[in-house]
Write a protein that binds this ligand. Structure first.
Ligand code: XIL
Length: 400
């Protein structure tokens, strides 16, 4: 009995293992086929002329720019040259956050270190570039002293001091501020969709309106932006987030909050198949119907989930760039497209979302030697295609 049982048992175990292996192999093959289906070898992304991205964007009344770290800009002359050539706008990736590894804007509750931000503003202005501020109120990049020093009694005063000092210092020199960043998270379970952040806990739901009012008083010229991510795809999660963000924007407009634009971060995934241009365009239209401008503020498209060779990877990423921007640039309320970085050499995704196979990620428009990639062509092509569309004709009237 026991022998027979053992034999049958090992047969079943063997069959089970084979089935699992076949399923795994089948899934891997399915995944590979799905990814290859994203590739279009015939698509060549040719562009006409030698114009830079800022020049092509300007032709359609759009601003193109990039977020760059001050230390990278300082230490890499090739990067600095590429930024000057391609970008109309410069965004400090670190320098105007409360605290980042190489630049604590807020070393302690009573002081500010503007050296990095001043250096980047100087670079922007000497190059005739626009400069934008990122970000005044966020639950990330808070200094170590924040948790132990900010409480119910002093949070309002600390917020006032931060915004009045930082926005006041650059008043008249900033194109736009990301006043509040990533305040929506439906998965936190609140009926208003607000993310449970220290700011919400210490100041209540009015902290968003109050931050915008402080910023408007400190710099009446700056475009004031609410900035968030996860708004792009036809998934239940992104749909929930779009609805919650729209509800927030409607509520802010209703109470007279001085908010001027929605910032859509647009951290995208080239392997994501749930991209529905119609849905995205409808969302953009809904935002614009509130009288708000729209900025694509942190565009990058990761190839981390593409298990194919670099040439195919680059082509799939380029296609994703072109398809996303074709949808975005159909909305005249869009005033800027900003990438989160310019060269793969310095993308934040290398650290935050590396590829499992260890190959360097390639989410941006220039390679590590500052050469233009296919994704650069894709962005240039998307700009050029909008040249004679309603987008640019309406834009040029709307935002002279
Ligand atoms: C990222 C930076 O690129 C990283 O270098 C830093 O360590 C963390 O923050 N959304 C945002 C940006 O609004 O501020 C984040 O920038 C990327 C996600």
């Amino acid at each position: 009995m026991s022998k027979k049982l053992t034999r049958r048992r090992s047969l079943y175990l063997g069959l089970g293992a084979l089935t699992a292996l076949a399923t795994f192999a089948g899934n891997a093959e399915l995944k590979r086929q799905r990814i290859l289906a994203l590739d279009d070898p015939q698509r060549n992304f040719t562009v006409v002329g030698g114009g830079s991205l800022k020049e092509r964007a300007a032709s359609i009344g759009l601003i193109y720019g990039a977020a760059i770290r001050h230390d990278h800009l300082r230490q890499d002359a090739k990067l600095a040259a590429a930024v000057k050539s391609e970008c109309r706008m410069l965004v400090p990736e670190w320098a105007l956050k409360w605290s980042t590894p190489k630049n604590p804007l807020r070393p302690n509750p009573d002081s500010f270190d503007f050296s990095a931000a001043d250096e980047m503003l100087e670079f922007a202005h000497t190059q005739g570039m626009l400069f934008r501020g990122h970000t005044l109120v966020w639950h990330e990049s808070l200094p170590d002293w924040f948790a132990n020093n900010v409480n119910y009694q002093n949070a309002k005063q600390i917020l006032e001091k931060h915004i009045n000092t930082v926005v006041g210092r650059y008043a008249g020199k900033i194109h736009s501020w990301d006043v509040v960043n990533e305040a929506i998270e439906p998965r936190d379970g609140r009926s208003d969709g607000l993310r449970k952040t220290p700011w919400l806990k210490l100041l209540g739901t009015n902290y968003i309106d109050y931050a915008f009012r402080l910023a408007a008083a400190a710099d009446p010229q700056a475009i004031l932006v609410y900035n968030d991510y996860g708004l792009d795809y036809d998934t239940s999660e992104d749909e929930a987030k779009r609805n919650a963000v729209l509800k927030l924007l409607e509520s802010l407009k209703l109470q007279g909050t001085p908010i001027h634009a929605l910032g859509i971060q647009a951290h995208l995934d080239a392997a994501e198949t749930a991209f529905n241009p119609r849905k995205l365009r409808q969302f953009l239209r809904n935002v614009a119907s509130l009288g708000l401008k729209i900025m694509i503020t942190e565009l990058d498209i990761t190839d981390k989930n593409l298990s194919v060779d670099t040439t195919v990877c680059d082509r799939i990423v380029a296609r994703a760039y072109e398809e996303y921007l074709n949808a975005v640039l159909s909305e005249p309320a869009v005033i800027a497209v900003l990438t989160w970085g310019l060269s793969d050499k310095y993308t934040w995704l290398s650290e935050f979302q590396p590829r499992s196979d260890g190959v360097p990620v390639r989410p941006l428009l220039l390679d590590s030697d500052m050469n233009r990639k296919l994704s650069w062509n894709a962005v240039a092509s998307a700009f050029d295609k909008s040249l004679n569309s309603d987008f640019s004709l309406v834009r040029k009237k709307l935002f002279k």
